[in-house]
Design a protein around this ligand. Structure first.
Ligand code: SAM
Length: 276
């Protein structure tokens, strides 16, 4: 099939994937959703022509957005995931035996449907009895809760469209109120090569609200620039304070205690972005 999907990363940089097989495409109420098969990357989920996840490299993103904060908290029992309708982040969270409840707040029910239909290895844990799926705006759900979660993870699309509100200082204030007194928060915050302003602003906003603010990185080949950032705000626990016995050992392919600590070692050009 001679069909290419192109993600426009900047005005001058694009990533195009040759489609082996177009499995599904539709316009949902929120975005254009497509799932393709690709020779090298396996199955790939696109939303509005932006790569969300590929079965080849999804483990890096999903392990790093979840195990870093999960291990930073000594007993994470109640976790909220905002976005993340593919289920990959939930799959990693339920590997932790401390977890009693995971609420997944995904705005677009068609993403959950498509993940169940076409990405079973990513969505497998959505049926776990500890998981509650709430279809709706995560911004609204966060504001309905107070002192309710040990951890809130924002696994969202880019800061445009329905995901935009999830990158605002006002939202981070609501997140802080929805967290328990020793809770913490993590969000994917895009590429240090292409999104310097966003990363700087999120770090500034988080440090106005949380006593502990950190930035960490992971290598994700299908995301713009290949190097991805995650911003963490914590009321008490510091991800850099962990020692070997604090880690709960789960089956992972990218994350490990050594990778956890190394991910916070920022190259000078990234330190410069956030002024540390
Ligand atoms: N790993 C991905 C990335 O960085 O490209 C994100 C994956 S996940 C599929 C993102 C999800 O966030 C999408 O399914 C989208 O529908 C959802 N989303 C965007 N804005 C949202 C909001 N305000 N509330 C809840 N879910 C939202």
């Amino acid at each position: 099939m001679n069909l290419w999907f192109t993600e426009v990363q900047t005005k001058n940089v694009m990533l195009s994937l040759a489609t082996e097989n177009l499995l599904h495409i539709e316009k949902t109420d929120y975005q254009e959703l497509a799932v393709i098969e690709h020779k090298d990357l396996g199955r790939v989920l696109f939303l509005d022509s932006v790569i969300q996840t590929s079965t080849r490299d999804e483990f890096v993103y999903h392990e790093m957005i979840s195990h870093v904060p999960m291990n930073t908290h000594p007993h994470p029992r109640r976790v909220l995931v905002v976005g993340g309708g593919d289920g990959g982040t939930v799959r990693e969270i339920v590997k932790h035996p401390t977890v009693e409840k995971v609420v997944l707040a995904e705005i677009d029910e068609r993403v959950v449907w498509a993940a169940r239909e076409y990405l079973p290895e990513i969505s497998a844990a959505l049926g776990d009895p500890r998981v509650e799926i709430r279809i709706g705006d995560g911004n609204v759900l966060v504001r309905e809760n107070e002192n309710a979660f040990d951890l809130i993870i924002v696994d969202s699309t880019d800061p445009v469209g329905p995901g935009e509100v999830l990158f605002s200082r006002d939202f981070y204030g609501a997140v802080s109120r929805a967290l328990k007194e020793d809770g913490l928060f993590v969000a994917q915050t895009e590429s240090p090569f292409y999104n310097e302003d966003l990363i700087r602003r999120v770090q500034q906003d988080l440090s106005a609200i949380f006593p502990v603010t950190r930035l960490y990185l992971a290598a994700i080949p299908t995301y713009p620039g290949g190097l991805w950032s995650f911003s963490l705000g914590s009321k008490k626990h510091d991800p850099l304070d962990l020692d070997e016995r604090d880690f709960r050992h789960c089956a992972t392919r990218y994350y490990s205690p050594a990778v956890h600590l190394a991910a916070f070692a920022l190259p000078p050009f990234v330190r410069q972005i956030i002024g540390v």
